[in-house]
Write a protein that binds this ligand. Sequence first.
Ligand code: ARG
Length: 494
Amino acid sequence: MDLFRTKSVEAVRADAGDDPAGAESTGHLRKRLSARHLVGFGIGIVIGTGIFTLTGVTAKQNAGPAVVVSFAIAGLVALLAALCYAELASAAPTAGSAYTYAYATAGEVVAWIIGWDLFLEFALGAAVVARGWSGYVGNLLGLPPSLFGETSTVNVGAAAIVVVLTLVAVLGIRESARVTGLLVVVKVAVCVFVIVAGAWFVRGANLTPFVPPAEPAEGGSGLTRPLIEVVAGLEPVAFGVGGVLTAAAVVFFAYTGFEAVANLSEETRRPARDVPLGLLGTLGLATALYVGVAFVVVGMVEYRDIDEGAPIADAFDQVGLGWASSLVSIAAVAGLTSVILVDLITIGRIGFAMGRDGLLPPAVARVSPRTGTPVRVTLLFAGLVLVLATFVPLGTLADLVSIGTLFAFLLVSVAVVVLRRTRPELERPFRVPLSPVLPLLSALACLYLMLNLSIETWLRFLAWLAIGLLVYAVYGYRNSRLGRSARTRSGARV
Ligand SMILES: NC(=[NH2+])NCCC[C@H](N)C(=O)O
């Protein structure tokens, strides 16, 4: 039994087509992307539901005006993780990203678990946002909630958007980049507009007290309490410093998805330079826009009166600028659309990398000769997303996306430290500054935010991982390419 067999960084690079002498490669993706495309995809998947809805809920229930600080804290944690991704993705640009880094450091079974975890993040990310999209567009156009609403049994809107975006995703990476780019320009322009126009209506009175004093919260009982309260025996509180941190864990969802840039590194022409630019550019821009938007929202409206469903549009309504709220709606639809698209693209890349290693049936990992992209596995996984989004009410599962993301970030941060020790001479075009301090800080921050999620989310997450281990035992362990070649070699020796 060799559950912890590792794949060498050299093999990873050869597979990804980074090393032209790599004869063993089973096919890699065509390299067509630049830094500009990567920032487009990054912003495409990052700015979406989070800023358009979570700002309201968290300001009202947890943090008050200090939700601005919560966004900054969450952005900082994401930035630390992005630095770690930048180091590994520039050293080994592969579609598998976190999954492959785990394969090279912690071994196969851990890699499989991370891959399974990423599948949760991106498939559920796409499906949750597709249902959100349907509800939002349905509401905007006055369509029947029985077919478009969150609780509909057959969600026609969610199904339609997943089908359309899957078609875009399989057209090719440059075509997807063009569509994403267009949507990104719309949503970024509107965010800038919100900040500039909203700034005129910011009233100092709304911003004081900036951190409302802590109050005991109903805070949910039993399963819906954060794990940290249960473990540390704390009483649930709203507002105060504790409230600001809880809000940071919740709004972290708004930053999730930027790691997709690392999954696209195999398709990048000059990954050493462009992937770090893509990752850090995405996070820099997203953090600036989020902090700006959150600031004007809590500055325009007293936090107790913020709308929980559509906080930004409602803030403009409240100051008598109703026309601006249609602009915000357009940006929200553009935002949700691009999130789903980039989620679908990424999930194909993850499945492709796992199929290439034999942990999923290799036939699904075939690269289409026409587009140079993994069309089959994208279609297969998009089909699963379609089923989820159409038939399952997922409204409450956003936290499961966050816990999945944080788990991957935790592992990537640790992988940076491990690789610096076990393969010190590996060529690293980008290096996390102050290693191992920053990567370890990143790991701890991720763990802390994970503990701030509810026990219910933890239980669902652990159940998902348990199913994953079962699948590995039945399929991956026996069929892994690494395992097979080890067996062939030892077979040849006897
Ligand atoms: N892979 C993912 N994490 N997908 C979901 C991204 C959600 C996005 N950050 C938003 O606020 O809408």
